[in-house]
Write a protein that binds this ligand. Structure first.
Ligand SMILES: NC(=O)c1ccc[n+]([C@@H]2O[C@H](COP(=O)([O-])OP(=O)(O)OC[C@H]3O[C@@H](n4cnc5c(N)ncnc54)[C@H](O)[C@@H]3O)[C@@H](O)[C@H]2O)c1
Length: 313
């Protein structure tokens, strides 16, 4: 693992959480904010989060040892010195983020990856107006919140982003325990919020139409879909729900799902070609002869988690 520091710009919820993530993995971290009070809050927040992690048995070192790896700065040049990665965590405003990226590009090493934590702004919007060599180092690294507990991070390139930037960002994230998912091209909402949005849109419709209350939707996810999704994703869920895997599932359920979509004005049928593509990917990951064993594995994982869920209530 590189020994170069990580610069984090913005000492709010996500900046602090990234500081915890990187410092816990042994990296030196420099947090920058324009606001002294935000830095003070950030420092206190880090201490509290590290204490909670330690109490949960999730920290290998004493909290002060981890906290000592984090420096707090109002000077951009000091924060960016030697940085391998600048992780921008400023408020969700394109103009502000562009300004922050340009400012840090001017003081960070010329090979530093310039990643934005933005939840929704396209990387091409963030890279607009930057010199081509700087824009080539801009990428979105959209975390779950908090990233030290939700390991997925979406790595989203703009058309101008160099492929080396994407590879380096993914490698850095991977080296601290994150599980990067690299998008081939930018799309509004990336993947995380598009999936979340699909579910939320239907949830709102169900409440609007008086089918159930909001609490009922939450219960279906909390006690059903969500428990399974904590182990396997929606494609693997479908794959394991019907003997014969994803192709058999699509044959059995495809028309019904198409009607449900059409009812909401969505016409994106699972064509035979599309199903075949997903099925091929699933069969490469799980040959059908291993299907029964994987179903037993899923159930064993659910059993292992059941006492925890019972405790959480
Ligand atoms: N909060 C979440 O759940 C979440 C999840 C994923 C991604 N994100 C994204 O992360 C980013 C940060 O979100 P947040 O929730 O931490 O915001 P926040 O409001 O908690 O923190 C923003 C911080 O940026 C600082 N700041 C303002 N102007 C600045 C500047 N010019 N230079 C440096 N710092 C500046 C503020 O003082 C503040 O401390 C946003 O783009 C957001 O969309 C947030």
């Amino acid at each position: 693992m590189s020994t170069r520091p990580i610069a984090i710009v913005g000492s709010g919820a996500i900046g602090v959480a990234f500081a915890v993530l990187f410092a816990r993995a042994g990296r030196t971290v420099a947090v920058f904010d324009i606001d002294d009070a935000a830095l003070d809050r950030g420092r206190a927040d880090v201490e509290a989060r590290l204490r909670l992690l330690a109490d949960a048995g999730l920290l290998d070192e004493e909290p002060p040892v981890v906290a000592a790896r984090i420096g707090w700065h109002t000077d951009a040049a000091t924060a960016a010195r030697d940085a391998e990665l600048v992780q921008e965590c400023a408020p969700e405003r394109a103009d502000l983020k562009r300004e922050v990226l340009a400012r840090f590009a001017a003081v960070a090493p010329s090979d530093a990856v310039l990643a934005s934590s933005t939840s929704a702004i396209a990387p091409s919007v963030l890279a607009a107006g930057l010199a081509p060599d700087v824009a080539a180092r801009v990428v979105v690294g959209h975390p779950g919140n908090p990233p030290y507990l939700l390991p997925v991070i979406e790595v989203v390139p703009a058309p101008v982003t160099a492929s080396g930037t994407v590879d380096r960002a993914a490698a850095i994230y991977r080296s601290v325990g994150l599980r990067p998912v690299v998008l081939r091209r930018e799309i509004e909402g990336f993947v995380f919020n598009r999936l979340q949005g699909a579910l939320l849109r239907e949830a709102y419709c169900l409440v609007r139409d008086g089918i159930v209350d909001a609490a009922d939707v939450d219960e279906v996810v909390r006690s059903g879909l969500g428990r399974r999704w904590s182990i396997i994703g929606p494609f693997e869920t479908s794959d394991l729900n019907v003997r014969g895997g994803i192709a058999a599932h699509a044959e059995r359920m495809g028309e019904s799902y198409a009607r449900m979509g059409a009812e909401r004005g969505q016409h994106d049928p699972w064509t035979p070609e599309l199903v075949a593509r997903v099925a091929a990917e699933r069969r490469a990951a799980l040959p059908l002869e291993d299907w029964d064993a994987r179903v037993r594995w899923r159930d064993a994982r659910l059993m292992a988690l059941t006492p925890l869920w019972d405790e959480v209530g």
